[in-house]
Structure formats: structure tokens, C-alpha cells
Design a binder for this molecule. Structure first.
Ligand code: URA
Length: 210
């Protein structure tokens, strides 16, 4: 597993405002989108392209376009949805699939409760969106879901991660082609499973506490 932690003053600034508990929901949503667009720039560094020949007003020349099959962007519901617009700003022709994961409160295992994805993901670059890599359980399950559909090239874009979650994900994806692009790695997880210092519950801060 490859891990890239973004290192840019604008990202650190936007993260600071996201972390601040006094930041209101509309600002939180707007900043999440902006931050993800910056992370998307890093995450798409190796997006597959193919050469094309076309004409400028002056002459014929060569350029590139996204290779087919087009990339697939997969927000993990609910909080990953808040990252979608920021991602597709840089990948407007990407297809979008959806994956809903919830933790079973008796087994504590992540369970898929909703899925809208192509049956065959072989040869597809998949970009998974999940803002908080906390224990790594739901992201590992989502990545496994995509592997089971034939994906072999997965990049996860996360806003924050805990070291514990990164370690768990590393074990769960051993030997596979997985890249994680992050805004920051925080100190730790607390007893309630929150990232510390973190930003609280990303889904609640994006969409309210329902
Ligand atoms: N999910 C969140 O939204 N926040 C955390 O800190 C951990 C998991």
C-alpha cells in the first residue's frame, strides 16, 4: 500500500478550518469540496491516459485524453458523498458508483447496505472517497468489495487518518495495488473510535445529526 500525505499550506489551512468546532455547516461543506479537489490533483497523478491526434486552429498535433475504461469514483455513503463534487471537478467524465457501508452493532463488522457499481471492474482505476480513515474497517471492506468485482487499481482519498487505521488497512490490503491519499495523519483514535484531534463526525458536520 502506498500512502501520500499532502503537504501544502492551502491544504493545512483548509484542514484547520474544518477541524475548528465553530465552523458552520455550509463552510464545512464548501471547504471539504475544495480540499478534496486539491487531494484529487495528487490522487490522479497516475490516472491512465492515451495519446490522441487532433487539430489546433494552426496545425495537427498530439495530446492525451483519459484512457478507457474511464475511471470510477466511489463515494462511501454517507460522509463520502460530501467529497464527490470536489473529486469530479477534476474528473468530470468519470463514472460514479455508490457503496453504503454501516457497522453491524452486534458483530462490529462493516456491512454493505447499498451498492450501485458495475459488475466487472477489471481494468478500471477506482477512486474511493471516505473522509475519515479511523479504524480502517469500512474502507478495508469497501476496497475488498471492489477487488471482488475485479478491480486491481484502487486509490482511496481521505481527509484524515489515524495511524491505527493505516496500519490495519496496510495488513488488509497486503500485496494489492492500493494507494491512499490523505490530508493529514493525526495522533490516534480515542476510546469512542474518533480520530484525535480530528474534526468530529464528518457525516454529522456535513449533513447534520440525523
Ligand atoms: N468517523 C468520523 O466521522 N470521525 C472520526 O473521528 C472517526 C470516524
Amino acid at each position: 500500500m502506498r500512502v501520500f500525505v499532502a503537504d501544502h499550506p492551502l491544504i493545512t489551512h483548509k484542514l484547520t478550518v474544518l477541524r475548528d468546532k465553530t465552523t458552520a455547516q455550509p463552510t464545512f461543506r464548501a471547504l471539504t469540496e475544495e480540499l478534496v479537489t486539491l487531494l484529487a490533483y495528487e490522487a490522479t497523478r497516475e490516472v491512465a491516459i492515451e495519446e490522441i491526434t487532433f487539430e489546433t486552429p494552426v496545425c495537427e498535433t498530439q495530446g492525451v485524453q483519459l484512457a478507457r475504461p474511464l475511471p470510477l469514483v466511489v463515494p462511501i455513503l454517507r460522509a463520502g458523498l460530501g467529497m464527490l463534487e470536489g473529486m469530479v471537478k477534476l474528473l468530470p467524465t468519470a463514472e460514479v458508483g455508490f457503496l453504503g457501508m454501516v457497522r453491524d452493532e452486534t458483530t462490529f463488522q462493516p456491512v454493505t447496505y447499498a451498492e450501485r457499481l458495475p459488475d466487472d471492474l477489471s481494468g478500471r482505476q477506482c477512486f474511493v472517497l471516505d473522509p475519515m480513515l479511523a479504524t480502517g474497517g469500512s474502507l478495508a471492506a469497501a476496497i475488498q468489495f471492489l477487488f471482488d468485482r475485479g478491480a486491481d487499481n484502487i486509490t482511496a482519498v481521505c481527509i484524515l487518518a489515524a495511524p491505527e487505521g493505516l496500519e490495519a488497512l496496510e495488513k488488509a490490503t497486503e500485496g494489492r495495488n492500493v494507494t491512499i491519499v490523505l490530508g493529514a495523519v493525526d495522533e490516534r483514535l480515542n476510546e469512542q473510535g474518533y480520530i484525535v484531534p480530528g474534526l468530529g463526525d464528518a457525516g454529522d458536520r456535513l449533513y447534520g445529526t440525523i
